[in-house]
Design a protein around this ligand. Structure first.
Ligand SMILES: [Mg+2]
Length: 371
């Protein structure tokens, strides 16, 4: 496989509704899309999940662009056989910038699968035809609106509900949702918003409202606080931001600070590492699931393909297109199927077609690089 070009588009998509977490509100999503083209006309896509501001992680659209243009694309162009594994090895010495690395590795994985004419799922050994998904519900202006929102998602068919929480928005809203929907599978995610000393309080309300999983309540490096919360808890303690590579996962497992693993391809530097981490977790009897970063249909297609692998046993944060965007970049958009599932697209690579019209409309800038 010989590369002809790499096109980097900066896109902007309007969200159906603002998404609020413990660290801020997002109304639209601005992101980079990498399109690799081979000499024989194949295209591979990689969506960068870095946001405009360094809130979820230290990476941004600007830092990702800098790293891609000045470090990663030049390395990519120097590879004799440009595959995902070869690229991962070539940039292993560069510290951090995992979202930027994952963008290239994802596009190469798309290309590798397309060149064999199979979906990424099959290329990686995934067996599931449909993957179970849930919905992540942002912080709402009032408890009443939250309950209404959750009700609407339940009516849409979502089986698992994850509520974003933070100090001051936890016991009361979570309790209200539990009372309104006694049977719903309820998870919460704090995105590191609590001080380590808040453990006993979190344990109290999470237990009382039968929360099944508490995700990343404490700071990224607060492994001990997560371990204390997990000890004897009637809910799983899930780590997201804390797990960035194999070493951080092994340490968290050894410390018994993790009983569920949120896997995000961007956070861990690429789909190959993402799959390896899930396998490591499974050997320690810790279930994995795919987290979401408000991806467009392209990033979501990558995630759905990955979620078909055996170790991803918990419902993913991958909702239908209309949960996020009025117009998605893919055709047809993802739709929620029976039993709160999304179908794993069966075409080559990511398995979906790009809607070039929507893409042109969303494009704010574009540059093409050549070997
Ligand atoms: Mg999270």
């Amino acid at each position: 496989m010989q590369l002809r070009s790499a096109r980097l588009d900066e896109l902007e998509l309007e969200l159906v509704e603002p998404f609020e977490t413990s660290f801020g509100v997002e109304k639209r999503r601005r992101f980079l899309l990498l399109r690799l083209e081979t000499r024989d006309g194949l295209e591979g896509f990689g969506e960068c999940v870095a946001a405009l501001d360094p809130l979820y992680s230290s990476e941004t659209v600007a830092t990702a662009r800098e790293m891609l243009v000045h470090h990663f694309l030049p390395r990519l162009f120097r590879l004799r056989s440009p595959g995902p594994r070869e690229f991962r090895n070539a940039v292993a010495a560069f510290r951090g910038h995992r979202m930027a690395k994952a963008t290239v590795e994802s596009a190469l994985l798309d290309l590798a699968a397309r060149s064999r004419g199979v979906p990424i799922a099959r290329y990686l050994g995934g067996r599931r035809r449909r993957v179970e998904v849930g919905v992540s519900v942002g912080i709402q202006p009032s408890v009443r609106l939250l309950v209404r929102r959750v009700g609407a998602y339940r009516d849409d068919g979502y089986g698992r509900i994850k509520l974003k929480v933070r100090p001051g928005w936890d016991d009361r809203p979570v309790g209200a949702v539990r009372r309104a929907f006694p049977e719903v599978t309820l998870w919460v995610d704090a995105n590191q918003a609590y001080p380590s000393a808040a453990g006993p309080r979190i344990r109290r309300w999470a237990t009382q409202h039968r929360v099944e999983q508490v995700e990343q309540p404490f700071a990224e490096r607060a492994i001990r606080a997560h371990a204390e919360l997990a000890r004897g808890a009637p809910f799983r303690v899930c780590l997201d931001e804390s797990i960035i590579d194999p070493v951080s996962l092994e340490d968290a497992l050894a410390a018994k600070a993790i009983t569920s693993l949120n896997v995000k391809v961007g956070r861990v530097g690429g789909p190959l590492t993402a799959a390896e981490l899930a396998r490591t977790a499974r050997r320690a009897r810790v279930p994995s699931w795919i987290g979401g970063m408000l991806e467009s249909g392209i990033g979501r297609a990558h995630n759905v393909q990955l979620a078909s692998l055996a170790p991803f046993t918990l419902p993913a944060d991958l909702s239908a297109s209309d949960r996020y965007y009025t117009e998605d970049l893919i055709d047809p958009p993802f739709a929620l199927g029976p039993g709160s599932t999304l179908e794993v697209p069966n075409g080559p690579g990511i398995g979906v077609s790009i809607d070039e019209r929507v893409l042109r409309k969303a494009r704010r800038s574009s540059r093409t690089y050549r070997p």
